[in-house]
Write a protein that binds this ligand. Structure first.
Ligand code: PNS
Length: 160
């Protein structure tokens, strides 16, 4: 049997414990998991692409079948270039479902051989998002327990 390669795409601006929970779950199920960071020009990210990659690399150190990469353009094109069979996404709550369903169906239309697999994060992280983390940190609140300490430090440095 061919090894199953999965892509876990996202903005990761910045990586949270919710993302890491999903990455760990994916790494247990798939042979290779590529965490692919979108070079998103439109979204005007807080962290540059290099910083987002650095934070992911540091937080996934020791996860042997996990690698970090960047992509731009269509996700299906990138998945094809990596011989990936799966797109892995997390669903935190029903509110995520509509957007995720739309993306999964569009991706299937463009590349029927690619399966989108949804996993549920631990319930402790079901309320967590990068946007909220940025907002809290920007307003001087604590993000302890929501992101790795190194990410929290970088968030603080951005506010200063
Ligand atoms: O972390 P995010 O911002 O929710 O991730 C969204 C992401 C990166 C999965 C999505 O924006 C994406 O796949 N972008 C690449 C462009 C693309 O393929 N668009 C068509 C989607 S149907």
């Amino acid at each position: 049997m061919k090894p199953v390669i999965a892509i876990c795409p996202g903005s990761y601006d910045p990586v949270t414990y919710g993302h890491l929970d999903l990455i760990e779950r994916g790494a247990r199920v798939f042979d290779r998991l590529i965490v692919a960071v979108l070079r998103n020009i439109q979204k005007n990210p807080l962290f540059g692409l290099d910083e987002r990659v650095e934070m992911l690399k540091e937080s996934t150190r020791g996860m042997e079948n996990v690698e970090i990469d960047v992509f731009e353009g269509l996700l299906v094109g990138y998945a094809r270039s990596q011989n990936a069979r799966v797109i892995l996404r997390g669903i935190r709550a029903v509110s995520d479902y509509e957007y995720e369903l739309q993306m999964a169906m569009m991706n299937r239309k463009m590349e029927p051989r690619l399966e989108t697999v949804f996993m549920l994060p631990a319930e402790t992280f079901s309320f967590l998002s990068s946007s909220l983390v940025k907002e809290i940190s920007g307003l001087g609140g604590s993000v302890e327990g929501l992101v790795p300490p190194m990410v929290a430090q970088r968030l603080k440095a951005k506010v200063r």
